[in-house]
Design a protein around this ligand. Structure first.
Ligand SMILES: Nc1ncnc2c1ncn2[C@@H]1O[C@H](COP(=O)(O)OP(=O)(O)O)[C@@H](O)[C@H]1O
Ligand SMILES: [Mg+2]
Length: 263
């Protein structure tokens, strides 16, 4: 299978090497694969997504998207942010249209695509509202429409549901699961989350990261195939096993080593 995103010994250092976001990361993500990344705060998850999106450059090693070294935002990559990243002075419609407008798409095409996704996520009727008039869940639906309307082949999601209450979060997980299984919406996805359940629900593989230095501690295959739905996955006995396995892996460093650490 073709790899869409390839990181080989990729490192990202800040402040002349004083801060290591991640070091010698090796990750290959296949076409239409969903990779979820879980790990402690500060282990470089956001920075890794930003490097894939071409918003910042790796310091050492290789990072390619569709076979090309990333040296600026690659074609076909869209990102959804934890804090939505909407423009408060623009309406829902204008926010959704923003990426396409920046790319110079004609107005008719923008309208067709934006309205398609507004309907798909249930935002119809809210086009002329402003972000402050929407609930958090609806604001993130706008973030999702803005990304999907670009028709990306790679979707990067940085804890997109972390700022939402538990119930809204579950609703959006279900909706995302439904949308990403539409044949025309299958994409390569990298999804960062702190929720183990969310990772197992959405992923083909889960990268369990560790901090200091940031590394992939385990690359875990998720045995649930496609199509899948929330109920079936949650009621599968393997779900509970995977959950506690990931939980244990994240409990690091082991208690003995932690005693002498500065944390
Ligand atoms: N622009 C920056 N300048 C300096 N250090 C940064 C910058 N961005 C991130 N870092 C540092 O890099 C590390 C990884 O950050 P980040 O990618 O945000 O982690 P995560 O998303 O896993 O919580 C942290 O120690 C953070 O403080
Ligand atoms: Mg982060």
């Amino acid at each position: 299978m073709t790899s869409v995103i390839v990181a080989k010994k990729a490192s990202k250092l800040f402040l002349d090497g004083a801060v290591v976001a991640f070091r010698e990361l090796n990750i290959e993500i296949a076409e239409q694969e969903v990779l979820c990344i879980v790990g402690p705060s500060g282990c470089g998850k956001t920075t890794f997504l930003r490097c894939i999106a071409g918003l910042t450059e790796i310091s050492e090693g290789e990072l390619t998207v569709h076979g090309k070294s990333v040296d600026g935002p690659p074609d076909g990559v869209a990102m959804v942010f934890q804090h939505f990243g909407l423009l408060p002075w623009k309406t829902v419609y204008e926010n959704c249209a923003f990426g396409l407008a920046m790319a110079g798409a004609p107005a008719a095409k923008i309208e067709e695509r934006v309205m398609h996704y507004i309907n798909l996520v249930g935002l119809q009727g809210f086009e002329r509202r402003y972000p402050y008039q929407l609930s958090g869940g609806m604001q993130q639906r706008v973030g999702l429409v803005r990304a999907l309307a670009m028709n990306p082949s790679v979707l990067l999601m940085d804890e997109p549901f972390a700022a939402l209450d538990a119930q809204t979060r579950e609703t959006l997980q279900e909706e995302l699961l439904r949308i990403m299984q539409l044949p025309e919406e299958r994409k390569t996805m990298v999804f960062v989350t702190h929720s183990i359940d969310e990772a197992i629900l959405l992923a083909d593989r889960v990268a369990i990261m560790k901090a200091r230095p940031a590394r992939v501690k385990e690359m875990l295959d998720i045995p649930f195939g496609w199509p899948r739905d929330v109920e079936t996955v949650r009621s599968d006995p393997r779900f509970a096993e995977l959950r506690s396995h990931v939980w244990r892996q994240l409990q690091s460093p082991p208690k003995k080593a932690a005693a002498g650490s500065a944390l």
